[in-house]
Design a protein around this ligand. Sequence first.
Ligand code: PLP
Length: 373
Amino acid sequence: MPRPLEALIHLDALHHNLQRARDSAPDAQVWAVVKANAYGHGIERVFEGLRSADGFALLDIAEAERLRKLDWRGPILLLEGTFEARDLEWCSRLNLWHAVHHEAQIDWLAQHKTEWPHRVFLKMNTGMNRLGFTPDAFRNAWVRLSALTQVDEISLMTHFSDADAPRGIAHQLAIFEATCADLPGERSLCNSAATLRHAESPKVRGDWVRPGLMLYGAVPDYPEHRAADWGLRPAMTLRSRLIGIQHLQPGDTIGYGSRFTATAPMRIGVVACGYADGYPRHAPDGTPVLVEGVRVPIAGRVSMDMLSVDLTDVPHASLGSEVTLWGQGPAVAGQPTLLSIDEVAEHCGTIGYELMCALSMRVHFEVLHPHDA
Ligand SMILES: *Cc1c(COP(=O)(O)O)cnc(C)c1O
């Protein structure tokens, strides 16, 4: 029998969350962002759940190729564009749309031989200061691109740094608007946070939104909002089982470094999940886990293959009991249970993005179709 740890992918949740993005940005088209192997979920595994998107956005040509192998004929956008001149051959061959964010990418296009002009997304740096042309250089880049026979339609894009936070998007939006005011082309501005929080304004939602995280059912602005507040459902459940039980007396300790010391007689459950699976090693005591759907705290350091939980609040737990590390737990008294990846991440000083992307190769995945229990 394989180790009991597994990651379940819920196709119905992906489909539902995509619909939530559409509801938040009516009339906009939706790029389903599937970079980083669909945020750790697996491109092939999520494809069925997200195939009603208008296009897929990612960064890696190898990942784009995987989408084409799934017979996806619709738009694919390379969010960082080309990394070198010969990437353009792949863009032509696979019919990829690509971001253009620096001058060398325009030089490469000017040298590129292709029968099919490329659709490009010209990126403006409106204050994030990661990728993109400054507002001063943007119009000149647009003029250069529009003179190239290798280029078809030019869309205009930017990315917000604080869509999930108090600073907000107004300062960046103003720069984008002022710089593109009289330029033709479709607009794309919103990641998940902007889609959820700011896309009621037509200027903000533009023609294409680019949600990633929310499709997987995590929230960009936790704990201000929780998944339920945004109507999102977790698309991944990481679950395992208890593979050991220990009875501790006061003064006994758990695991490496004896981080946790029992102050009373207690039962400890040992879970088949550790940092070699991608569970964060720095999860402190108190990080929540569900055992048989009941919240219990981690006690003691996470080790490579195992972690330990305090079973005081689940006296009926026993060897083989179901453990939910995050996602959808078993029903208790007829009620579904949930443990949000956002909450686990917060305990661990990180964000849901990092946890879902970090699951390791040895984790066994299973895709659950809507008709599965
Ligand atoms: C990753 C990414 C997104 C999606 O961001 P989320 O916060 O996951 O919604 C959108 N746009 C660009 C340019 C990105 O790199």
